[in-house]
Design a protein around this ligand. Structure first.
Ligand code: GLU
Length: 482
């Protein structure tokens, strides 16, 4: 049988990382079996409707490479793929269940239901429909229908016994039927509830695997009873655990960074985000954790999914982003990095940007970190001479002054300011003086950058700044130390 999976987002205008992960797993399951990945927009909750929200779904999925085989815009054999356009067909399915004894008309009005609920709450019973209309006679029903009394159609859940459903991660889950509510399938306006529509839609769209958040776990027995009542084969269920911000809080819009767009705005690369979210709740078999989407299609397996919540780890995401940045060609990196470099390098446009990019690339984990790293190029920042003291390099203000005084004439005499040229000059001096590299390089780097951490070392920075600026900064260092 062909594998057919579906991603069924509600258009909220916001792609939560958890939803994107559901989409990714859904896509991977379909693609690794050569199956179909279907997009169904579940827009029936009009209160949650947000203008342009469907585009957020399309754009995010496409950017991430999660292209769907069937969906609202690309069509397909089992459409329409927008739930609100399917509304008229559900009632007849519910009526079939009424005929077969698996559902019934309920004429209870709001006031009565509220009364029942109050009594249940007061008696500490979990609120449930009291099944008042479950056993109305055919005559009573006809009478009420003829009188035009508004009604809903409810699922007739068995009152005894148990229902078991199978989840690919959690195994068999069994519940007592007596705990299940006779939930509404069709509302008074003739429209289905979400709980009914998703079952009928999944069946009509011939969905074989349903991946969704485990907040739907509790409803799954009722869904299974519906499949059984229709005589339909239920799909394979894969309920995935939540993504947490920490041990107690869920990753949510309120506590930040919960959406795909938040991460992209922070400077993360799409490929890195996709790679990282695959690891939220899924463990690859080997040590490697860096996978392209194509590799994920090969590597992913349902049995690597976890039963415990995944914790969103921004440090790990950053490290993975760094791995993707290192994979870029030097040209591609320069192109992406340049706008960030230019945020703080505004005056000097004569520097070798390719050289700067080449020293940045191995140490950049996030493009947005770049401006701060190169903010010493236009002008030497204020710095404290204590920065010249380095325990491991065995330098202090005194040795640094000596080193800079030795470096100055060497650099003044230097004509070749390429990286190789500066390298030969400084290392020639190290050798001549019989000192450790750091004895010369640390003070030089401090004098010309005024910073504790720089992309590249003294040699690259001298070459970048050029002769005039380097010499001016070394002189300034000598002055400060004297
Ligand atoms: N529209 C539902 C949601 O966004 C989908 C639930 C499901 O996948 O069954 O939560």
């Amino acid at each position: 049988m062909e594998v057919r999976t579906r991603f069924a987002p509600s258009p909220t205008g916001y792609m939560h990382i958890g939803n994107l992960r559901t989409a990714l797993f859904t896509y991977l399951i379909a693609k690794q079996s050569g199956g179909k990945f279907i997009l169904r927009i579940e827009d029936t909750d009009q209160e949650r409707y947000v203008e342009g929200a469907v585009d957020v779904i399309y754009d995010t999925l496409r950017n991430c490479g999660l292209n769907w085989d069937e969906g609202p815009d690309v069509g397909g054999p089992v459409g329409p793929y927008i739930q609100s356009e399917r509304m008229s067909m559900f009632k007849e399915y519910a009526e079939k269940l009424v005929e077969s004894g698996h559902a019934y008309y309920c004429f209870c009005d709001k006031e009565r239901l509220e009364e029942v609920r109050k009594i249940q709450v007061a008696s500490r019973i979990s609120p449930m429909y009291d099944r008042h209309c479950r056993n109305l006679s055919p005559e009573e029903i006809k009478e009420k229908l003829d009188a035009g009394i508004p009604y809903v159609i409810r699922q007739k859940v068995p009152t005894e016994g148990t229902t078991t459903f199978h989840d690919e991660i959690y195994g068999d889950i069994t519940v007592e039927n007596s705990t299940l509510d006779d939930q509404i399938l069709i509302k008074t306006d003739g429209m289905p509830t979400y709980n009914f529509a998703n079952v009928v839609d999944d069946h009509l769209m011939q969905i074989t695997h349903v991946v969704r958040g485990n907040e739907y776990l509790a409803s799954s027995p009722k869904y299974n009873l519906l499949y059984e009542a229709f005589g339909w084969e239920p799909p394979k269920y894969i309920h995935v655990e939540h993504i947490m911000k920490n041990a107690t809080e869920k990753l949510s819009k309120r506590n930040g960074d919960a959406s795909f767009n938040d991460l992209i705005e922070k400077g993360f690369m799409t490929e890195a985000v996709v790679n990282y979210i695959a690891l939220l709740g899924w463990a690859p078999k080997g040590e490697n954790e860096i996978f392209t989407l194509e590799e994920l299609v090969q590597e992913f397996s349902i049995d690597g999914l976890s039963k415990s919540p995944a914790i969103f780890d921004p440090v790990k995401l950053k490290a993975i982003n760094g791995a993707y940045i290192r994979k870029l060609s030097p040209e591609a990196f320069l192109e992406k990095a340049l706008p960030y470099i230019r945020q703080t390098v505004k005056v000097r446009d004569d520097i070798d940007f390719a050289l700067l990019a080449s020293v940045l690339q191995p140490r950049t984990e996030l493009f947005t970190d770049i401006p701060e790293q190169v903010d010493f190029i236009d002008a030497l920042p204020e710095y404290d001479t204590a920065m010249y003291c380095h325990k491991k390099m065995k330098t202090n203000e005194e040795t640094s002054l000596e080193a800079l005084n030795a470096v100055l004439p060497v650099l003044e005499a230097l004509d070749d300011w390429s990286v190789d040229g500066v390298h030969s000059a400084l290392f020639g001096l190290v050798e001549k003086m019989g000192v450790k590299n750091g004895y010369i390089l640390w003070p030089v780097r401090t004098a010309i950058s005024g910073k504790q951490f720089t992309p590249g070392g003294a040699v690259e920075i001298c070459s970048l700044l050029g002769k005039e600026e380097t010499i001016a900064r070394i002189k300034k260092g000598i002055e400060k130390l004297s």
